[in-house]
Design a protein around this ligand. Structure first.
Ligand SMILES: [Zn+2]
Length: 203
């Protein structure tokens, strides 16, 4: 399908651009999209790929439990695939999910515990629903875990706090999502920009 190929190419371009920003070192991070006409299936980046070489051929399909579909049964999805599944389930309008392992998300996450607050920055309007720099914006920080079932439950328990379409995982990185690639990118770039400003301002 043309739509699928288009999205694979656009997302591969985004992954490459994000890698150049230093957001996906050492094969880290994972990305996904889904389309309306294929329900209950998600296109997700293969794990273990050097993100400087990621291409439109490097997506596999998984079901909503994170298991590869039959045509991709020989591929192992990233352990973090379940995070994508939970986000699509929690926020049904979501079509694209992006992830970063940026330095500034890790640095900030060490300094704050449950949330990080921003206020007065014009770029806050990059988050869908924010119409003025005058609001106080809260971005949740979740404890990292290798137990994806436990982490999924943590996400579900905090989901009401995900009002700005992104969250931080402590000493790990950020996740951001949107109703299309453009919006997901805008959300990721907004949080990453705020994290960089906040860190440089205070150090
Ligand atoms: Zn990660």
């Amino acid at each position: 399908m043309e739509e699928i190929q288009y999205l694979k190419e656009k997302l591969a371009e985004t992954i490459s651009a994000n890698h150049k920003k230093g957001w996906s070192p050492a094969t880290s991070t994972n990305y996904s999209f889904r389309i309306d006409s294929i329900e209950e299936e998600i296109f997700v980046s293969r794990s273990g790929i050097d993100k400087s070489e990621f291409s439109d051929k490097d997506f596999i399909k998984v079901d909503f439990d994170g298991n590869p579909t039959i045509e991709f049964k020989d591929f192992k999805p990233s352990a973090e695939t379940l995070i994508h599944c939970i986000l699509y389930d929690l926020f049904p309008l979501t079509k694209v999910i992006l992830h970063s392992h940026s330095v500034y998300s890790v640095l900030n996450s060490q300094k704050y515990s449950d949330e990080i607050l921003f206020e007065g920055y014009e770029i806050q309007k990059g988050f869908k629903g924010q119409t003025t720099h005058e609001n106080q914006v809260s971005i949740p920080i979740l404890e990292n875990s290798q137990d994806m079932i436990a982490f999924s439950n943590l996400m579900k328990s905090k989901s009401e706090l995900f009002t700005n379409h992104c969250f931080i995982i402590k000493n790990h990185g950020t996740y951001a999502w949107g109703e299309n690639i453009f919006e997901a990118k805008r959300h990721l770039e907004t949080i990453e920009y705020l994290l960089e400003v906040n860190w440089k301002l205070n150090h």
